[in-house]
Design a protein around this ligand. Structure first.
Ligand code: XIL
Length: 340
């Protein structure tokens, strides 16, 4: 029996993971055992996104989302809903809406229907996801286009009315970086100034080996907490592939090329160790600010599940998490345990 992340960090913050249909249907016995042992919160990796839960204008599909809620109840795992308003993974009908008033009908119905259904059953919602550009301005999206910049505040207002007892969060990547952080703070202040409730901000935490921005993360924890918000790390993973194997730098023609996998037989020891020390440094920082951090969620249970095998290019073999493809704890797992 290995140590348990959620037990070791019990007095500090919750420990979460991303889950998919495969895991909540308990198809894999090793995962079925490991998940409730290690995690006390979960975020649906895909099954509450609009394209899954609201495939057509007048049709919702709550099948998998309901199963996730039941799974959480059964295993004492609180669920963070992800996500109500996001420009990505939208069903095609949304992109076909022309009129601003029709778009607003969709927007209201989407938030009301989903948030109300899970009110009292879900712990929290990522109400709005990734609304900002790197320079801190609002990202161009169909939401901005059809509704103007108030759509962010509007989303929180609707979520609050539909699900009054649920914690409401804004979530983004790179929002620990100064310019994006400044935009994020300005956006949050606007929500607060409108008298609308926002409870927390998620820093996704998709970082790179040997390049963890510890200083910016610490500044951000302090700055967001100063707004009266809980701070969370919501999608933690560490990209381990060398720079020339990372997405933007990989020639798209090389998709599925075996040379996309520099470590076909597993991670070399030196990299395992670096991964372990990167995770250790992060968790030491989180612990230093445990009074401000409410949750740390990994973006997947094990390396085999990680989206980084397929993004930004398919056909890679990546090793960003604490458990390997056989669900065996890696040195990084033990360094996170030891940091507690
Ligand atoms: C990713 C999932 O992990 C993938 O399975 C899916 O194909 C694309 O989306 N930021 C987010 C997450 O907020 O929802 C994204 O999840 C990763 C980046």
């Amino acid at each position: 029996q290995i140590p348990s992340l959620k037990d070791v960090y019990h007095n500090d913050f919750a420990i979460g993971t991303a889950l998919n249909a495969r895991q909540i249907e308990e198809k894999d016995p090793a995962a079925a055992l490991l998940i409730p042992q290690q995690f006390n919160m979960a975020t649906p990796e895909n099954i509450m996104k609009a394209e899954v839960i609201h495939p057509e204008w007048d049709r919702y599909d709550f099948d998998l989302a309901d199963k996730l809620i039941a799974y959480g109840k059964k295993h004492n795992i609180k669920i963070n809903g992800h996500t109500l308003i996001w420009h990505s993974q939208l069903p095609p009908f949304v992109h076909r809406i022309q009129r601003a008033d029709s778009f607003r009908l969709f927007f209201n119905d989407h938030i009301n229907t989903i948030a109300r259904r899970y009110s009292g059953k879900i712990y929290s919602w990522d109400v709005v996801n990734e609304a900002l550009n790197e320079d801190g301005s609002l990202r161009k999206s169909i939401f901005l286009d059809k509704m103007g910049e108030d759509y962010v505040t509007e989303a929180f207002r609707l979520a609050q009315a539909a699900s009054p007892g649920t914690a409401l969060y804004y979530n983004d990547y790179n929002n620990e970086q100064p310019a994006k952080r400044a935009g994020c703070i300005a956006m949050i202040k606007k929500i607060q100034a409108a008298g609308v409730r926002i409870d927390g901000v998620g820093i996704q935490g998709h970082w790179h080996l040997g390049k963890i921005p510890l200083k910016e993360i610490e500044e951000s924890i302090l700055a967001y907490a100063a707004l009266g918000l809980e701070v969370m790390i919501t999608e933690l993973d560490i990209e381990v592939l060398p720079r020339n194997f990372q997405g933007a730098d990989v020639n798209r023609r090389m998709r599925n090329d075996p040379s996309l996998n520099p470590y076909p037989t597993g991670l070399p020891d030196s990299i395992q160790q670096q991964l372990a020390s990167d995770y250790e440094a992060l968790f030491k920082l989180f612990l230093k600010h445990k009074d401000k951090i409410s949750r740390v969620t990994f973006w997947g249970v094990n390396d085999g599940q990680s989206w980084l095998n397929g993004w930004p290019v398919r056909g890679r073999t990546n090793y960003p998490l604490l458990f390997d493809r056989q669900f065996k704890p890696k040195p990084a797992f033990y360094s996170v345990i030891a940091a507690a």
